[in-house]
Design a protein. Structure first.
Length: 121
């Protein structure tokens, strides 16, 4: 088993993305190829879960498009994931927030975790 993990780490390049967890609001910049053109599309939503480890790690992002919820699963080690930006840190108690799918309106808000910078006097 160690040989397989060692080969995966040598062959697949994992980028350094910011730390994020479920409940955080992120913007994922994803490369899309259309014919011979390449463009970057941004997908902004709430992280529902992170699953796996190392090269096989994935995360699920959910956004509302109109009145329809859209979820997308992104592999961390994908060469098509260009950039991940964390816009809000969410205060949730669970690692997988699938209950978020059934919530609508004001109930579908996630409380923001505020970080206070230390002020030197």
């Amino acid at each position: 088993m160690d040989i397989i993990k060692q080969l995966e780490n040598e062959l697949v390049e994992v980028k350094n993305f910011p730390n994020f967890k479920s409940g955080d609001t992120v913007i994922v910049s994803y490369k899309i190829k259309e014919g011979n053109k390449e463009r970057i599309q941004q997908f902004q939503g709430v992280v529902l879960q992170r699953r796996g480890s190392g090269v096989t790690e994935t995360f699920t992002v959910r956004k509302m498009s109109g009145n329809i919820g859209v979820e997308r699963i992104f592999p961390i080690a994908s060469p098509f994931v260009d950039q991940i930006v964390v816009t809000k840190k969410g205060a949730v108690r669970r690692a997988r927030i699938f209950y978020f799918r059934e919530l609508t309106g004001k109930a579908a808000r996630i409380k923001e975790k505020r970080s206070f910078a230390t002020i030197k006097k």
